[in-house]
Write a protein that binds this ligand. Structure first.
Ligand code: EPZ
Length: 435
């Protein structure tokens, strides 16, 4: 187990390039099951969760080619084509030998449930461990299962596993009780090969859902309403592999914007999905953060104090829950008070206790946290508890006076590629050492 050690107080300076979006790459990797053959994916971020999804697919007989295949990164029969450039992934789904996502994998990454829809569409069966709760909430998948049953899937729960079978998937209208992101994605993938037309009403509109939909269209799926809350999918007979480039990560981008702002630095965030950051940019502007935008580059300008502003997390296009912890770190050194309301997850304030160890003044009441800005934070040892909570501790540590040690950094490895390298390149005094 490593820890990250930061000597705070350095204004970040320079340029940082955003990697591919984890929450687009994961469903897209699962979707390769729908089209037997070789898929060449680009801009796939180098993350622990991506490696976990490869493990899940590998258990089903899927094989991969790593960049520079001659290094022997490839398992299974030789794949055609030159080795892929870095951040690229060749996925061969020609031969499926299984349809199970076991507990020991799903418990480490709940996104493994994304194989459910594709397996049912491809193999008409699946055995996927229930994900169980996690640090930020119970996170059931009842809406996924209710939608699949509406499409004709027979589902039984057996010793913590979802055992799903379907003679055939049939198109139907599904109204989601909540615009669940992976629920929408599972149903969208299942519908591409169903008989007839499926309408998903109250669908999640997160950009990552749109990126998955664009990938499915590239495979030959017929989908209307991409980017809206009603998706209409006309089932087709077969889908065929197609090359695809994953979108860049709006949450990684937002995280670096917050890091630049809290250190009063001057940082250009490039390869940023500007169009997907409207709510985040609006909130940062309201808080006094000055940004200039040119194409896919967002440059945070130094100067101008931070003002405490309220924020409320909402499904897209509202302020994203995955930026809540990072924004709270920023507000902890803003002038005045900020009320942060979390409406998506029932227990996503675990980072509050750790931020308070750094001197933040935060009071929780139900799903609201009242942050009273302090002139500065003070470094201390803290513990990461989930992916975005870890990011908020890093952000706070960059601004805190003295040394901050963030423990259990494996949480960060799940969603931030090359974080220490990227922050070091911006001048941060940061290193990763054995705990
Ligand atoms: C996705 O999780 C993301 N993960 C999460 O990102 C993100 O926080 C979340 O969407 C919300 O935007 C991936 O895309 C891999 P939900 P997901 O289903 O799909 C309730 C990160 O940091 N719900 O939209 O699991 C659920 O309990 C991660 O990258 C049901 O009640 O989120 C939660 O309260 C963290 N029943 C709310 O809906 C269901 O069947 C939103 O969940 C499904 C969801």
């Amino acid at each position: 187990m490593d820890k990250i050690v930061i000597d705070g107080g350095v204004a970040l300076e320079g340029e940082v390039s955003i990697s591919g979006a984890k929450n687009a790459a994961l469903p897209i990797m699962a979707a390769t099951l729908l089209a037997p053959g070789m898929h060449r994916l680009h801009n796939v971020p180098s993350l622990a969760d991506i490696r976990t999804m490869k493990r899940v697919l590998g258990l089903m007989g899927v094989t991969f080619e790593e960049p520079g295949a001659e290094k022997g990164g490839h398992t299974g029969p030789p794949l055609q084509g030159a080795p892929l450039p870095d951040e690229a992934l060749a996925v061969d789904t020609s031969n499926l030998t299984g349809w199970m996502a076991p507990y020991e994998v799903v418990k480490t990454m709940r996104a493994a449930v994304l194989v459910l829809g594709p397996l049912l569409a491809r193999a008409r069966q699946a055995s996927v461990s229930l994900p169980g709760g996690c640090a930020i909430g119970a996170r059931p998948i009842n809406i996924h299962l209710k939608g699949l049953e509406a499409m004709g899937v027979k589902i039984t729960l057996n010793q913590g596993y979802v055992e799903a079978k379907a003679r055939e998937l049939k198109g139907t209208e599904i109204i989601l009780d909540f615009p669940t992101v992976t629920g929408t994605e599972n149903l969208l993938m299942a519908a591409t090969l169903a008989k007839g037309t499926t309408r998903i009403v109250n669908a999640a509109q997160e950009p990552e859902v749109g990126d998955l939909a664009q990938f499915l269209v590239a495979l030959g799926a017929e989908i209307e309403g991409i980017g809206t809350d009603v998706l209409t999918i006309h089932g087709v007979e077969t889908l065929v592999p197609a090359p695809y480039t994953v979108m860049s990560d709006r949450i990684e981008a937002g995280t670096y914007l917050a890091a630049a702002a809290i250190t009063k630095g001057k940082v250009a965030v490039t390869n940023a999905p500007v169009a997907h950051l409207t709510a985040v940019l609006e909130k940062l502007h309201e808080a006094g953060v000055r940004c200039t935008i040119a194409g896919d580059c967002i440059e945070v300008q130094p100067g101008g104090g931070l003002t405490g502003v309220d924020a409320k997390t909402l499904p897209y296009p509202g302020f994203p829950t995955d930026m809540q912890a990072q924004f709270m770190a920023l507000m902890s050194v803003a002038k005045g008070a900020s009320v942060i309301t979390e409406t998506i997850f029932e227990d996503r304030f675990i980072h509050v206790g750790e931020l308070k160890r750094l001197g933040a003044d935060i009071t929780i009441s139900g799903n609201q946290a009242v942050v009273r800005g302090r002139r500065h934070l003070s470094g201390a040892p803290v513990m990461a508890t989930d992916l975005r909570a870890s990011a908020s501790l890093i952000i706070a540590g960059l601004a805190a006076q003295g040394t901050t040690e963030v423990h259990r950094v494996y949480h960060l490895d799940r969603g931030y590629a090359k974080l220490v390298e990227k922050l070091s390149a911006l001048g941060a005094r940061i290193k990763r050492v054995p705990a």
